[in-house]
Design a protein around this ligand. Structure first.
Ligand SMILES: *Cc1c(COP(=O)(O)O)cnc(C)c1O
Length: 405
């Protein structure tokens, strides 16, 4: 076993060697611009792109050609929300989303609120981070043009009842966007039966390359139209101009093909490793709490609060294990995770949280090592913690008045 151990697969994944292999020729020999219509070099690249479009479409049950390539899911989320807002602004100026979406969705909505005169309802979730369909139904008004709810959360792994939300949107004639970045390749997705109109994807979360993403845009029942956010040569049916990253797209397609084949077995393996990690930690430490839904959760996600321990201190004490505290996106700052705060994790526990995520290349040996190391580091830190000592002596910390008089 080699150190460090990577347990941060929600942040990114390595490119699968099988994916890299099919990408390689597209950097050198097969270099044509997929938009070059006048010669063989262009045709070959275009064919490769269309093949990838089909591979990706298949994974989500989309009819071919309903897919636009982007630079990643951040762009896909922005295009879905800003592009729909611009296109349908005469129909209405209201958007419904949740309070624990990815920042790419939340900040695009904040921009529409502050700069474009839109109103946004950020519906709350339950304590497991799940959006209840009734909340969506309640929030929709006759001004609502779009509902955007993530398929699965990137911090706590909670999976939303997407088909039910899609059904409500259909009944109310509102477009439905879902950020499915963490869900694809982990759980079955079908844009037809789930009533999804717009769906964001990213290659680097499923063992493809970074900097490549896609947005599924429904073409029929209803036909969804988006205003472009990037202008230029009219690529991608005029919705997203810019020369296509052919090698990256080829890799994205292959990554989807692989994951579609192995998903049933891989999900079981991921869940076994994840459950082994959780059981190991739980058996070795008291006062550890699971964040997220106990059942409706991605098979690779484990988000734990370690009471009386700073998450940052725990991470520093086990530097050979790569995990995230709070959100990967806010880990540059020490602000507590807005996801955990919004699902109601208390102030005392938010700072103690660590996200572990297992993946395709995680081994049993790595999990064994991690269990031992986490328990050892956590016990050491708690020995130094006066709060933990007081709690163990039976003092109710909530009744203490800490302020100096
Ligand atoms: C990683 C992630 C994104 C951003 O994707 P990029 O391709 O890195 O821009 C968006 N949404 C979720 C849920 C993610 O996990």
């Amino acid at each position: 076993m080699r150190l460090p151990i990577y347990l941060d697969y929600h942040a990114t994944t390595p490119v699968d060697p099988k994916v890299f292999q099919v990408m390689a020729p597209y950097f050198t020999e097969i270099f044509g611009n997929a938009a070059s219509r006048s010669h063989e070099f262009g045709w070959v690249s275009e064919a490769a792109v269309e093949n990838a479009r089909e591979q990706i479409s298949k994974l989500i049950g989309a009819i071919d050609k309903e897919m636009i390539f982007t630079s990643g899911a951040t762009e896909s989320d922005n295009l879905a929300i800003l592009g729909a807002a611009e296109m349908y602004k005469d129909k209405g100026n209201h958007i419904v989303t949740s309070s624990i979406e990815h920042k790419a969705v939340l900040d695009a909505c904040h921009f529409l609120q502050s700069a474009k005169g839109f109103e946004v309802s950020f519906v709350p979730t339950d304590i497991y981070g799940q959006v209840h369909p009734e909340e969506i139904a309640k929030a929709i008004t006759n001004k609502t043009i779009l509902v955007s709810i993530m398929f699965a959360n990137n911090e706590i792994g909670t999976i939303n009842p997407i088909a039910e939300i899609g059904k409500i949107c259909k009944e109310r004639g509102v477009l439905f966007h879902t950020d499915a970045v963490q869900a694809i390749g982990k759980v079955p997705i079908d844009v037809q039966s789930m009533g999804i109109d717009l769906l964001s994807l990213s290659a680097h979360k499923i063992y493809g390359p970074k900097g490549v993403g896609a947005l599924y845009i429904r073409r029929k029942n209803p036909r969804v139209r988006l205003s472009p956010m990037i202008f230029g040569g009219g690529h991608e049916r005029g919705v997203r101009s810019g020369t296509l990253n052919v090698a990256g797209i080829v890799g994205f397609g292959k990554a989807c093909e692989i994951v579609q084949k192995i998903m049933p077995q891989e999900s079981i393996k991921l869940k076994q490793l994840r459950d082994k990690l959780w059981n190991g930690i739980k058996n070795g430490l008291d006062e550890v709490y699971l964040n997220g839904h106990p059942v409706d959760r991605l098979p690779n996600n484990l988000n734990i609060s370690f009471a009386y321990i700073e998450g940052e201190a725990l991470m520093m004490g086990m530097k050979e294990i790569a995990v995230s505290s709070g959100s990967a996106c806010t880990s540059a700052s020490l602000e507590p995770s807005y996801v955990l705060k919004n699902i109601g994790v208390g102030e005392d526990l938010v700072h103690t949280s660590i996200r572990f995520s297992v993946g395709r290349f995680t081994t049993d040996e790595e999990i064994d090592y991690t269990i031992t190391k986490v328990i050892e580091t956590a016990k050491k830190l708690r020995e130094l913690s006066p709060l933990y000592e007081m709690a163990k002596e039976g003092i109710n910390l909530k009744t203490i008045d800490w302020t100096a008089h």
